[in-house]
Design a protein. Structure first.
Length: 273
């Protein structure tokens, strides 16, 4: 059996596309991490965080804070314990000094810090969600047309989607995220997805519809009040009319009329009882 030989030009193009996607995703996450650090710093300054000498925390001029925020938000809390050691930060001592300077108990100071972390992480998540959606909307391409842009967009989505947008699954915010990607999704629809939507602009979901971890492989339309079960696959040009049901793990490759249901692989249409 002869080995498969891939032209060097194709490998170089794929490598260049992957590197561009990695750099774009890293730039997005670092920018959002810096924004979250700014939110944390503004909240700390508003509450009058001071050290033992009574000096206000100069969060803008401390490079360690920027690096710590980036390391924590990019790699998660498990790395935080090693990040403060690498950067030479004694967070426990700093917290005790600030609490004593403000004249509050450790419990109250801990609650304040927890609220600030929640708000800063929400700022990071929403900034990443909106910026990644707009960027991937600009990178227009498909598997056949502009495949290089499609490759970059696919990798950017796979790197940014699990960071925060995946946590919005099943809420109105997921519909807003899909709209940002170019899809036509009603804010009153419930869309729960676990994988990044590679071609969201081809998806149309009406109000009151319920879509649970389904995969749309092309131009698909889900009507008002219809239900698409978990792990279902909608082939190109699938239309689920109002009130119709597509069963879980079914493959829909034909129009599903109103008040009917499609079940199985291949899908079989039945009348609803």
């Amino acid at each position: 059996q002869q080995p498969i030989r891939v032209p060097t030009g194709l490998l170089s193009r794929d490598l260049a596309g992957d590197m561009a996607a990695l750099l774009l995703a890293l730039a997005l996450q670092l920018s959002c991490a810096c924004l979250a650090y700014c939110v944390f710093g503004v909240l700390a300054q508003a509450q009058g965080f001071r050290d033992s000498t009574g000096t206000c925390w100069q969060w803008r001029s401390q490079a360690e804070g920027w690096l710590f925020a980036a390391a924590w938000l990019l790699f998660g809390p498990p790395v935080m314990a090693s990040a403060d050691v690498l950067l030479g930060l004694d967070l426990a001592t700093y917290a005790d000094q600030v609490a004593s300077a403000m004249g509050v108990s450790q419990w109250e100071f801990g609650l304040r810090i927890a609220g600030m972390v929640v708000l800063s992480f929400a700022a990071y998540g929403w900034a990443l969600t909106l910026s990644s959606a707009l960027l991937c909307r600009i990178l227009r391409g498909s598997r056949r047309l502009n495949s290089s842009l499609f490759q970059v967009r696919r990798l950017v989505l796979r790197l940014t989607f699990p960071r925060y947008p995946a946590q919005l699954s099943g809420t109105w915010a997921m519909a807003l995220y899909l709209r940002g990607l170019g899809g036509s999704v009603s804010l009153n629809a419930t869309v729960a997805i676990a994988e990044p939507p590679l071609e969201a602009r081809k998806l149309r979901v009406a109000e009151g519809a319920l879509v649970l971890s389904a995969q749309a492989l092309g131009e698909c339309e889900v009507g008002k009040g219809s239900v698409v079960g978990a792990d279902a696959v909608m082939l190109p040009h699938t239309e689920v009319e109002a009130g119709a049901v597509v069963g879980a793990m079914s493959v829909a490759g034909r129009p599903v009329r109103a008040d009917s249901q499609l079940i199985g692989n291949p899908g079989v249409i039945m009348r609803r009882a």
